[in-house]
Design a protein around this ligand. Structure first.
Ligand SMILES: [Zn+2]
Length: 155
């Protein structure tokens, strides 16, 4: 279950009426939806938060040792194996990879930023290129992931 957002620290300087955090459904929990259209390459959002060396459920990795948490929106982005957005962790921006329409759910590839995930998971993004089991770019699938992959590759 997703914990309550901690808006308190960053709210004033991060409110953005172009995107919103929404409950997608019970299995996917919270996500971020566009409230207007964006062209491919456009900056969707600029973010801020609390930078530390801690990894938590909604943190995102900035570099080898630092993570940002307490962000207003981006900690709630959904993963997609063929995402419509990407995070620029040098410029602290969310950028459209392709044209985005109002109400589109924004997705990023978690393995683009994260060496290790807070929790690996079976992906249901629906992309033709879906990797099936999502883990960080610098870690192997967990035992649970290996079991999942063995079961689902046996087709
Ligand atoms: Zn996927």
């Amino acid at each position: 279950m997703t914990s309550a957002p901690d808006w308190a620290t960053a709210r004033q300087h991060q409110d953005d009426d172009a995107i919103e955090v929404v409950r997608l459904d019970d299995s996917r929990g919270l996500g971020v939806r566009a409230r207007r259209s964006f062209a491919a390459g456009a900056v969707i959002h600029r973010f801020a938060g609390i930078v530390s060396e801690e990894i938590c459920q909604h943190s995102l990795q900035i570099d080898a040792s630092r993570h940002i948490s307490g962000t207003r929106y981006i900690g709630y982005l959904s993963h997609g194996c063929d995402p419509n957005s990407r995070l620029d962790m040098a410029g602290f921006t969310l950028v459209a990879l392709r044209a985005i329409a109002p109400d589109d759910v924004l997705t990023v590839d978690y393995a683009d930023t994260e060496d290790r995930l807070h929790r690996q998971f079976a992906c249901r993004c629906g992309a033709a290129s879906c990797r099936g089991w999502v883990h960080g770019r610098d870690e192997a699938p967990s035992d649970e992931g290996l079991a999942w992959l063995a079961e689902h590759d046996a087709r």
